[in-house]
Write a protein that binds this ligand. Structure first.
Ligand code: CDP
Length: 227
């Protein structure tokens, strides 16, 4: 049973490319809530570190970057599939967050305890204001354990890789399914075996396996849970 109706704080966790952003966006829009994708913050730190040619194995340097970085996340200024604008300095870097190099390195950066502490304190402050759908890996377990509704959205690695592949092709870019599948599996492995805040469902999360469900069906199931 949820604590408020509709639930005010909704935590949405799950592995890479399980459809969290699509689902989170639809729920937030239909309830008039803020949609907050925490993965963007880990991606932004990774991107800045790569831009500065930092050694990503240098935990102290990457942590200090996370503590001091000025990342601005704003409502979307364009309808090109983005859920928000990501501004660093005065540059719109929204799509840079999705490039292959960030994908390949973000799990290393997000495994650092100091990075997680800096970013999750910020996320928690925003989440505790309520009327929010917060998406990530550890929202129900660590960032907002008091969330009124916790969803863990899962799907097989093959299905998730296929969706990511379709997304990239739809943007008019080149893609390689086998390569994506390999990277998805590797990112899942690092995310779920790290010492701090590993990817796993909260004990009180509702687990939804979306392998045989389309986006509308998943949305309908979650909206039922919001009643
Ligand atoms: O969109 P996708 O599911 O591929 O990834 P994302 O949500 O943008 O997250 C990128 C990476 O950030 C994940 O693989 C995790 O390593 C990390 N992350 C995290 O550790 N904790 C979060 N709350 C969100 C993301």
């Amino acid at each position: 049973m949820t604590k408020t109706t509709p639930p005010s704080i909704i935590a949405l966790d799950g592995p890479a490319a399980s459809g969290k952003s699509t689902l989170g966006n639809s729920i937030a829009n239909s309830l008039g809530y803020l949609f907050f994708d925490t993965g963007i913050m880990y991606r932004a730190i990774t991107w800045i570190a790569l831009q500065h040619d930092m050694d990503l194995r240098d935990e102290a340097a990457v942590t200090s970057l996370a503590q001091n970085a000025q990342i601005d996340i704003r409502p979307p200024s364009k309808s090109d599939g983005r859920s928000c604008d990501v501004i660093i300095g005065d540059k719109d870097v929204t799509w840079d967050m999705r490039d292959g190099e960030v994908d390949a390195n973000v799990s290393v950066v997000s495994a650092y305890a100091g990075v997680r502490k800096a970013l999750s304190e910020h996320q928690r402050r925003i989440g505790m204001r309520g009327k929010v759908v917060m998406v990530g890996r550890d929202i129900g377990t660590v960032v907002l354990p008091e969330a009124d509704l916790k969803i863990y959205l899962d799907a097989s690695a093959e299905e998730r890789a296929r969706r990511r592949y379709d997304e990239i092709i739809a943007r008019g870019e080149q893609s390689d399914y086998d390569e994506i599948l390999r990277k998805v599996i590797e990112r899942d492995r690092i995310d779920s075996t790290r010492a701090v805040a590993p990817l796993r469902p909260a004990e009180d999360a509702v687990i939804i396996d979306s392998d045989k469900l389309n986006a509308d069906q998943v949305f309908a199931q979650v909206m039922e849970l919001c009643k």
